[in-house]
Design a binder for this molecule. Sequence first.
Ligand code: DC
Length: 221
Amino acid sequence: MIITIDGPAGSGKSAVAQMLARRLGIQHLDTGAMYRAVTLDAMEQGIIDNPSAIARRARRLRLAFDFSVTPAQLKMDGRNVSENIRRPDVTQWTYVAADNPSVRAELVRRQRQIAAQVGSLVAEGRDQGTVVFPDAENKFYLDADIRERARRRTAQLRSQGISADERDVLPQLQQRDDCDRTRQTGALVMPSDAIVIDTTSMSREEVVAAIISRLRRSVHP
Ligand code: DC
């Protein structure tokens, strides 16, 4: 069973996907982490302004999720990069990897490969229901008011010990939304067959409960 969860930054999809996967006893595939890892590698290699070099590295880079721990750890060439890929400077540059069609083609191929290996998963990102798993049985699209998304993102940064102000975070989110929605391949689009959940005034638990109830209805209509 493949469940896709797409949506903009701050819509709550990461936490929800993680919690949902745990409740269902299946894996959570955080595809944003893969774009972040390619970006971190490009920054470390000093090739962030060279799209063809980034694509070449992406094809050779070993990316492996360790699903034996929760949340799954991402290893890049054997090194655990789960924390480094969340750094604000990596977040700021990730559009470079996400906008690169050759990187996308490579990561889409790997995401399908992981799904074939593990069988069932909650695949979370921007293009999971549209491009990567268009035949998934259960697609969800999470959204939330941008002010609420900015509030959540600010709280998340502060919990990582990073000082943040909602007034700065909101325009940054708007910029990321524009990037995500207008990229030529793999743009953030609501899949036409997805169930849309507005999470603005919902807790994570409520969103997970809503998804599980939809899943039950799709099994026993
Ligand atoms: O979900 P996130 O914030 O960790 O994603 C990081 C970046 O990667 C974000 O700017 C959008 C991009 N991304 C993407 O283009 N396609 C995906 N399937 C997942 C993330």
